[in-house]
Design a protein around this ligand. Structure first.
Ligand SMILES: Nc1ncnc2c1ncn2[C@@H]1O[C@H](COP(=O)(O)OP(=O)(O)OP(=O)(O)O)[C@@H](O)[C@H]1O
Length: 245
């Protein structure tokens, strides 16, 4: 079966720095793929290549067999790739509902008027925020702004959802809620790439992982196997402060 998303030789250079180096991987339909690696290993840049925020220097990225690399970001979004950002990006002067409706209007499946509103209410219900629909975004707690951003991406009915450290900055209780929410999306059969440093989340949510280090893929496979790989452990430990320093 054709993968939903394929990267072949995807490369991004910033001057002399190779941030992403000839990266190959596939994401199957209904799969939750973890994209992990130490800080600076190229994960966010990879999401930027997939979403079209940055053009690759070399290589191709395909969505259901059609090449999307090189297309403008809005065209890639329209074809069904949606993402959240490390720093939440919402329209602060608008309500929760209006922000999420914007996702329905500009997403993969364009909806207008009542249809967009009904879709926005459906996804707000899914993320547990329907009671705050009329609240100004500026009045929300941090986790609720994250829920709004997630709802906005879901409102466009993406084929592939890219979550860039969506769980970062949550307290332990919020983290449990956040993991449960992503699990609900997984159980609905969504196709997700999860960039995440929270290993409990990776363990409990991801079928498979791709591990990056210094821009290159150093491991790929079933999550537990990959996390026990000595090369992966070394890549992570290599950037940590020595315990007895
Ligand atoms: N726009 C840019 N211009 C120049 N260098 C960049 C740019 N974006 C990223 N880089 C560099 O590319 C490398 C990979 O960065 P990237 O943000 O993709 O890593 P990451 O794995 O997402 O890190 P983190 O886990 O800290 O978010 C880093 O060395 C970074 O400094």
């Amino acid at each position: 079966m054709t993968p939903v998303l394929s990267l072949r030789g995807a490369t991004k250079r910033f001057g002399g720095l190779v941030a992403v180096n000839e990266l190959d991987f596939d994401v199957a339909e209904h799969e939750v793929l973890g994209l992990i690696g130490p800080n600076g290993s190229g994960k966010s840049t990879t999401l930027n290549l997939i979403s079209g925020a940055l053009p690759p220097t070399a290589g191709t990225i395909s969505l259901r067999g059609s090449v999307i690399s090189g297309l403008p970001a809005q065209d890639i979004a329209r074809r069904g790739v949606a993402r959240t950002f490390q720093l939440v990006r919402l329209l602060p002067s608008m309500t929760v509902l209006e922000n999420v409706m914007a996702g329905a209007v500009f997403g993969h499946r364009r909806r207008w008027g009542h249809d967009a509103e009904a879709q926005a209410m459906r996804v707000l219900d899914l993320v547990g925020l329907s009671r705050r629909a009329q609240a100004p975004v500026g009045s929300l707690t941090y986790i609720d702004t994250k829920r709004v951003e997630l709802a906005r991406t879901l409102a466009g009915e993406p084929k592939v959802l890219l979550l860039d450290e969506w769980l970062a900055g949550l307290n332990p209780t919020e983290l449990e809620e956040g993991i449960a929410l992503i699990r609900r999306l997984r159980d609905e059969g969504r196709t997700i790439i999860l960039v995440e440093h929270v290993m409990d989340a990776i363990r409990s949510l991801c079928d498979r992982c791709v591990v990056m280090s210094s821009g290159s893929k150093i491991a790929e496979g079933e999550t537990e196997e990959v996390l026990n790989d000595p090369g992966v452990i070394e890549a992570y430990l290599g950037v940590e402060e020595p315990a007895h320093a």
